[in-house]
Design a protein around this ligand. Structure first.
Ligand code: ZN
Length: 351
């Protein structure tokens, strides 16, 4: 599942010295493949007249085709001496990025925003803009370099959409850009009649944690995480990743001891070496507090208040997913899960 966490869009971009690529018909809005809109016989500089069955393949034959990192979504010709010798370094063609939505777990109410590196000839972009599966909507220019497609209805849940565009810059009118992007919408949100807050304690394998994060993102859920300080130290990526995903990250001590057995100084040390990430909630391991309020007092002196739970799923002990979901639906409130739960991910998926 870790793979799905990575950026899924392999946006390709062909830098084209294009003559005639924009002799496109006016027909067609969203729905067909932009690259396929290149008419048979489109004449490309230094291209032969042979046109293969796939226009995209044809472009690939005649043009330098390079994969780029996810940040730029761009393909640029290499210097002279490559498979295609460009001679003098060509003027830079316009760049295009998918400014919105994010590649994965996009909200179904999203708009599609493309950002170009220079002002574009509007008609070239409008004629070629395609989304597949097809969706109805309006394409409008926010400014000379930003075009926004606003769907007329929410997108489908859990669906991958392809966005293709061909555009011609106004600075160097002979230079065209082809942008191909993909994004996947989030899944259906949970159907639970009562308010609930999910919390995840302790630590887990990297795969387990990333799978939980993926499912939460897919269901559009934010949660409160209580990792131990040891977990933070084991996974330096953990806290930044949780925060970047919009979750709260709170304190669960450093090493998960039974606090009532410790001296006050040791309790304070455990809390202070625990996670501090902008959250004032403290969850004692095992929910163990002493009758005199000593631990709560120490936590308060360090700026924390105690946060226990309403629903104890005992997911660590193997509670079946449907049982845990029924517990949540019956009561709601603060739900205790763990990053090492046995059927936790199944419960989240079915919620
Ligand atoms: Zn714990």
């Amino acid at each position: 599942m870790a793979g799905t966490w990575r950026v899924q869009a392999h946006a390709l971009r062909l830098v084209v010295l294009a003559v005639g690529v924009f002799g496109l018909s006016e027909a067609g809005g969203a729905g067909t493949d932009a690259v396929a809109a290149v008419p048979p016989g489109a004449h490309l500089v230094s291209a032969s007249d042979r046109v293969t069955a796939s226009p995209e393949m044809a472009l690939g034959v005649h043009l330098r085709l390079l994969r780029a990192g996810p940040q730029r979504h761009s393909l640029r010709p290499e210097g002279a001496g490559g498979p295609m010798d460009w001679g003098r370094r060509p003027d830079p063609a316009p760049d295009v990025v998918l400014a919105a939505p994010v590649p994965a777990h996009a909200p179904v109410g999203t708009e599609i925003r493309l950002s170009f590196s220079e002002p574009m000839e509007p008609g070239s972009v409008e004629r070629s803009f395609r989304v597949a599966p097809a969706i109805d909507g309006r394409l409008q220019w926010a400014d000379a370099t930003t075009v926004v497609f606003r769907p007329s209805a929410p997108l489908a849940f859990h669906t991958t959409y392809q966005v293709n565009v061909v555009g011609m810059g106004t600075v160097h009118a002979q230079l065209a850009t082809v942008g191909r992007f993909a994004f996947t919408t989030a899944g259906r949100p949970p159907s639970v009649a009562v308010p609930f807050t999910l919390t995840f304690d302790d630590c887990g394998t990297e795969t387990a944690i990333r799978t939980i994060l993926d499912v939460l993102a897919d269901r559009g859920l934010h949660a409160i995480f209580f990792p131990t300080g040891q977990c933070r130290d084991q996974y330096p990526w953990l806290i930044p990743t949780l925060l970047a995903a919009g979750h709260q990250v709170c304190n669960h001590t450093y090493s998960h001891p039974v606090l009532p057995r410790l001296s006050s100084a040791a309790v304070a040390s455990e809390i202070q070496r625990g996670v501090s990430a902008g959250c004032n909630l403290f969850r004692p391991p095992y929910g163990a507090l002493d009758k005199g309020g000593r631990i709560a007092g120490i936590a308060a002196s360090l700026g924390y208040r105690i946060q226990l739970w309403d629903v104890d799923t005992r997911d660590w002990a193997g509670t079946p997913a449907d049982v845990m979901d029924a517990m949540i639906r019956a009561r709601g409130g603060v739900v205790l899960f763990h990053m090492h739960g046995v059927h936790t991910v199944e419960a989240l998926r079915a919620l």
